[in-house]
Write a protein that binds this ligand. Structure first.
Ligand code: SAM
Ligand code: SF4
Length: 339
């Protein structure tokens, strides 16, 4: 699919998709679509910048952390407030790397004050511990920290950065009372031999390890055939050393999870081999205040200047524009979309 710049073209495309009565959203009513999906989760990208250089996301230079037109804490909270009024019950702050925002604490606290929703964050971990007080204050209970390898050399090869600060952040988060999920994108020849080590890590630390399939997004799509390792393959590698029981899965959960015998939880996010578009309950808000219907689509609706009712109407349009089947690939990288 071609990449387009954001702009007025995006509004007209969305507007053409649905101008009927369905596009009206009333505060207090859920936003749904004709496939039975319900808008419940909002991913909020607070920056496109990052200090890491993950080969599948941002292998080269980072864009600036802030630019004119980027939302501030109150801007994010105003949009979140409108959407929580329509049943959104899960806000996740992401990026890029959220901890690069100098006003991250302010953003977290403003989102925490919206109330009525679960709030969480996804981070590469390096600078996360200094935000623990604000994370607690804003009601965050779960941290998702990306950790693609437990070996310093492999971690460096994958992310361009040092493993130690990230491992320290994971341990510090557990010690500080957070529930921690570790995201590990599995790639051939880089970390696919670490499946057992991660399972033992889950057993030892109590963190939930989630194995992610590499998605055909941005740089991750370039050598996808060579790099991709399916969740089924990770499961079969795991089975050579561990037994487990499956855990129940909610209709809009991206991960299917297992409980290891002897302790430890593992999740699998099989976005490529077992896509979950049919139950997807997410929209994505960009740092510029644009609403995106799907990770794999570039179309966005700008929310700037809209009042609460306008935001709900835009969310209705975006939600009903969600694809029902997997789109093959997208040119924009995850740090630009908000993963
Ligand atoms: N910088 C933060 C981090 O890495 O946790 C938050 C943003 S990052 C884009 C969110 C998640 O997306 C990370 O767990 C990362 O590994 C994952 N990700 C990025 N590009 C991906 C790709 N092409 N396929 C699968 N996962 C990807
Ligand atoms: Fe940065 Fe996260 Fe992308 Fe890695 S995956 S480059 S840590 S935004």
């Amino acid at each position: 699919m071609p990449t387009r710049d954001q702009g007025l073209g995006d509004i007209s495309e969305f507007a053409m998709l649905d101008l009927g009565h369905e596009s009206r959203s009333i505060r207090g009513q859920s936003i749904t679509d004709s496939h039975g999906r319900v808008f419940r989760k909002l991913r909020i990208s607070v920056t496109e910048a990052c200090q890491f250089r993950c080969f599948y996301c941002m292998p080269h230079a980072s864009p600036p952390v802030m630019r004119p037109g980027h939302l501030d804490a109150q801007g994010f909270a105003r949009i979140a407030h409108a959407l929580v009024g329509a049943g959104v019950c899960d806000l996740r702050v992401t990026g890029g790397e959220p901890t690069l925002r100098p006003d991250l604490d302010e953003i977290l606290i403003a989102l925490g004050e919206v109330g009525g929703t679960r709030l969480s964050i996804t981070s590469n971990g390096q600078f996360l511990p200094k935000h623990f007080p604000a994370l607690h204050q804003s009601g965050v209970r779960t941290l998702n920290i990306s950790l693609d390898s437990l070996r310093p050399d492999s971690f460096k090869a994958i992310t361009g950065r040092r493993l130690e600060p990230v491992l320290e952040a994971v341990h510090a988060a557990v010690a500080d009372g957070f529930s921690v999920k570790v995201n590990c994108v599995v790639s051939r020849g880089r970390n696919d031999d670490e499946v057992h080590a991660f399972a033992e890590f889950a057993q030892r630390t109590g963190v939930e390890v989630r194995f992610l399939e590499l998605m055909k997004i941005g740089p991750g799509a370039v050598d996808h055939v060579r790099d991709f390792v399916s969740a089924a393959e990770v499961e079969s590698r795991l089975a050579t050393g561990f037994g487990w029981v499956p855990l129940a899965r909610g209709v809009d959960e991206t991960a299917y999870r297992i409980q290891l015998e002897g302790g430890g939880r593992i999740g699998f996010i099989a976005s490529e081999s077992k896509p979950f578009c049919g139950g997807c309950s997410r929209l994505r808000l960009s740092v510029r205040g644009e609403l995106r219907s799907c990770l794999m689509r570039d179309d966005r609706i700008p929310l700037a200047g809209l009042d609460a009712q306008g935001i709900l109407r835009a969310a209705g349009l975006a939600f009903r524009a969600k694809p029902t089947e997997r789109i093959e690939r997208v040119d924009q990288a995850m740090h630009q979309i908000g993963g």
